[in-house]
Design a protein around this ligand. Structure first.
Ligand code: NDP
Length: 478
């Protein structure tokens, strides 16, 4: 291989990258050693702001292949014909820990996918759970504070978790998943991904359907028991990251089946669950899964920072044929994800190679810090214009969304016990040994909090299922 010449960022050849320029052999360093100054100054700026949530992650490139025809529900080009392939990138994260934190902790996992379609990037920014702890974004920063660190000690706190959850019963469903076996996957290839929110599909006739997204692992769900996970935290904090990388290097490409649940628009009005409540699933018996495709991860990143750290996903990125729903959490994420990336990466983050669409991009946005492409050259930068600038196409207009009611702050509830039925159903479908481990996992956390909090939580668990609550009461000695 031909040896490459070392240069500065300006391309100037460097004569010595080992010894700084000093006044005499033992003398002080000269200001003139711009190679040294530049090296230190760049090093000081290597870190960009860490994501507030989902900071620790692994990522990989892959392909999505259509296996089932859903063109009657959506005109999205990615699904236009069976056999069609689309390049994608996935980022899989823990939520609460910092960028260097351990992988095998009990936590929800982020499941963020970017599909580079010919009509723009579709970002499917999901989790490995079909529901979430809260259904209104007003609670989000408070909830995340409970998962992070206490103001004085900088320690994590079981009291913060249970204090919050005891006052937010809609969290019980996600709490049950978190403390079940699925709370610690054996690895990224062994977990499912869910869009979690309800989205909409729009077909060629401009009809809207409500839709939920499911990515089911083809490797089978495999979980890690608490003792093993605790041991691996110490032995190899990057266990999941390493496992995914090495599997792909060996050619063992992980795969997921992509399926959807479809609800005709009118059924949402009278369905027994609010279909836009992020703390609820749509039971499979009501809305069975329809198989659509297969996702395969087959290529590791060349450079972690460029591809995984700089990747930026936003639920706002939906393509023609896919759209939003009134889910209050989704509505807030449409704003907050892009906002987080503007802070973390700058206004031009969508032009970074990992985020850049593979289709043409034409708009009137210009300038901004770190504009490293041609900034649209000499082309016209305002609209309306008479110089052939890009034009919006009304053919892409969505069908109007019917809205009714008074503007107000609603506590999104239907029945009084609405928040307990689905966590109870989940508990009841678990085999007895898994129920016991769930109870044990919750008990060992609740043992670290006050009796008053334990009592409050046992009441909630009993409302979901008597055996569930009784088991926890027994475990904490109430
Ligand atoms: P079903 O019996 O049709 O579905 C049960 C689903 O539960 C399974 O398909 C599986 O989802 C999931 N599941 C099984 N074991 C566990 C576990 N230990 N932890 C988490 N999820 C598990 O019943 P319903 O559709 O009526 O749902 C019953 C409950 O199942 C719900 O209240 C919800 O908690 C849970 N669930 C439902 C999902 C849905 O979309 N309907 C999705 C995931 C969970 P999967 O095949 O996706 O792994």
């Amino acid at each position: 291989m031909k040896e490459k010449k070392l240069t500065t960022g300006a391309g100037i050849p460097v004569s010595d990258n080992q010894n700084s320029l000093t006044a005499g052999e033992r003398g002080p360093t000269l200001m003139q050693d711009h190679v040294l100054l530049n090296k230190l100054a760049h090093f000081n700026r290597e870190r960009i702001p860490e994501r507030v949530v989902h900071a620790k992650a692994a990522g990989a490139h892959g392909t999505f292949t259509v296996t089932g025809d859903i063109t009657k529900y959506t005109k999205a080009k990615i699904f236009s014909e069976v056999g069609k392939k689309t390049e994608m990138f996935g980022r899989f994260s823990t939520v609460a820990g910092e960028k260097g934190s351990a992988d095998t902790v009990r936590d929800v996992r982020g499941f963020a996918l970017k599909f580079y379609t010919e009509e723009g990037n579709w970002d499917m920014v999901g989790n490995n759970t079909p529901v979430f702890f809260i259904r209104d974004a007003m609670k989000f920063p408070d909830f995340i504070h409970t998962q992070k660190r206490m103001a004085q000690t900088n320690l994590r706190s079981h009291t913060m978790w249970w204090d919050f959850w005891s006052q937010v019963p809609e969290a019980l469903h996600q709490v049950t998943i978190l403390f079940s076996d699925r709370g610690i996957p054996k690895g990224i290839p062994y977990m499912n991904g869910y869009g979690s929110h309800t989205y909409s599909f729009i077909n060629a006739e401009n009809e809207r359907f409500w839709v939920k997204f499911h990515f089911k692992t083809k490797q089978g769900i495999q979980c890690m028991m608490q003792e093993e996970a605790d041991r691996i935290v110490g032995e190899n904090p990057d266990y999941h990251t390493q496992q995914l990388f090495e599997m792909i290097e060996r050619g063992e490409y992980p795969k997921w089946t992509f399926s959807v649940q479809i609800m005709p628009e009118v059924e949402a009005e009278n369905y027994r669950w609010n279909p836009f409540d992020l703390t609820k699933v749509w039971p499979h018996a009501d809305y069975p899964l329809i198989e659509v495709g297969e996702m395969e991860l087959s290529r590791n990143p060349e450079n972690y920072f460029a591809e995984v750290e700089q990747s930026a996903f936003s639920p706002a990125n939906v393509v023609p044929g896919i759209s939003f729903s009134p889910c209050k959490m989704l509505q807030a994420r449409i704003f907050s994800y892009a906002d987080a990336h503007r802070y973390r990466l700058g206004a031009n983050y969508e032009s970074l190679p990992i985020n850049r669409p593979k289709c043409p991009v034409h708009n009137y946005q210009r300038d901004g810090s770190m504009r490293f492409d041609g900034n649209s050259g000499a082309s016209v930068n305002y609209e309306p214009n008479s110089f052939g600038g890009p034009k919006a196409d009304p053919a892409y207009a969505e069908p109007p969304l019917k809205i009714s009611g008074d503007a107000d702050r609603y506590d999104q509830k239907r029945g009084v016990d609405d928040d307990y039925i689905q966590p109870g159903n989940l508990f009841r479908l678990m085999p007895a040994d898994e129920q016991q481990r769930l109870i044990q996992n919750i008990t060992s956390s609740l043992q670290k909090v006050s009796k008053e909090l334990q009592e409050k939580m046992v009441k909630h668990f009993r409302k979901a299922d008597k055996d569930y609550g009784d088991g926890i009461a027994k475990g904490v000695g109430l």
